[in-house]
Ligand binder design. Structure first.
Ligand code: AP5
Ligand code: MG
Length: 207
C-alpha cells in the first residue's frame, strides 16, 4: 500500500493518518511534521522552511522532494507508506512518480468554508503529536490521550490559515484531476464524524 493523503489544510489528513497507522502499521510520512521537527531542532532546513510556513506558503519543491526521497528510501517504507501532505504541486507529483508507484490517493473532501474554524480551534499535543479541537475537548491544556501539554500551531492563526487555503486552491487542488486521470483517486467525505471518515477511507483503500 503506497498511499497518498490529499486534502486541504484542516481536512483531517493527520487525524486519519494516525488512525490508519495505528491499525495497519504503515509509516506515516507528514512533510509538515518533518519541517516542524527541523524547525524545533533549528537545522538549516528548519530555518529555511520556517520562512515559508510562517507566511502560509509552500516550501520550495527541490528542498521538499529531496527530504521525501530520502525518507522513502528507508527500509520501513519497503512494504508501503502513508504520505500526508505530499505531493502538493504538479512538480512534486511528477518527482514522486519517478521514485515510487502510488497505488491509492485518498482525497479527503471538506467544504473550504469549514476549514478556518477547524484550524483556528485545533490544539496539538507536544508529546504524542495528536490533534484535537476545542469544540470537543474544551479549553484544557492537557492532552486527553497521553497527558502531554497542548499547544496551538504557529500557522493556525486566521491570516496564515487564509493564505494556506489560497495556496491549496491555486497550487494543490489540481492534483485531484491529475490522480483521477491516473485512475488511483478515491474521494472520501471528510465532512463527517472522524470514525465515519475512517470507515469510508478503509473502504476506499480496499482494506
Ligand atoms: P501541514 O502540517 O501538512 O499542514 P496542512 O496541509 O495545512 O494540513 P494540517 O496539518 O493543518 O491539517 P490536516 O489535514 O492534517 O488536519 P488535522 O487532522 O490536523 O503543512 C504545514 C506547512 O508546511 C504548509 O503550509 C507548508 O508551508 C509546509 N509544507 C508541508 N508539506 C509541504 C509540501 N509537500 N510542499 C511544500 N510545503 C509543504 O485536523 C484539523 C482539525 O480538524 C483538528 O482540530 C481536528 O481535531 C479536526 N478534525 C479532523 N477531522 C475532523 C472531522 N472529521 N470532523 C471535525 N473535525 C475534524
Ligand atoms: Mg496535518
Amino acid at each position: 500500500m503506497n498511499i497518498v493523503l490529499l486534502g486541504a489544510p484542516g481536512s483531517g489528513k493527520g487525524t486519519q493518518a494516525s488512525l490508519i497507522t495505528e491499525k495497519y502499521g504503515l509509516p506515516h510520512i507528514s512533510t509538515g511534521d518533518m519541517f516542524r521537527e527541523n524547525i524545533r531542532e533549528k537545522t538549516p532546513l528548519g530555518v529555511l522552511a520556517q520562512s515559508y510556513i510562517d507566511k502560509g506558503q509552500l516550501v520550495p519543491d527541490d528542498v521538499t522532494v529531496k527530504m521525501v526521497a530520502e525518507r522513502l528510501s528507508r527500509d520501513d517504507c519497503k512494504k508501503g507508506f502513508l504520505l500526508d501532505g505530499f505531493p502538493r504541486t504538479l512538480s512534486q507529483a511528477q518527482a514522486l512518480e519517478k521514485i515510487v508507484k502510488v497505488t491509492c490517493v485518498l482525497d479527503i473532501d471538506v467544504p473550504l468554508e469549514k476549514l478556518l474554524g477547524r484550524l483556528t480551534g485545533r490544539r496539538c499535543c507536544e508529546k504524542c503529536g495528536e490533534s484535537f479541537h476545542v469544540s470537543v475537548i474544551g479549553n484544557t491544556e492537557i492532552c486527553p490521550k497521553c497527558g502531554g501539554r497542548l499547544y496551538t500551531r504557529a500557522d493556525d492563526n486566521e491570516a496564515t490559515v487564509q493564505s494556506r487555503l489560497d495556496v491549496y486552491v491555486s497550487q494543490t487542488a489540481s492534483l485531484i484531476d491529475y490522480y483521477k486521470e491516473k485512475g488511483v483517486l478515491r474521494r472520501v467525505n471528510g465532512d463527517a464524524p472522524v470514525n465515519e471518515v475512517f470507515a469510508e477511507a478503509e473502504k476506499a483503500m480496499g482494506i
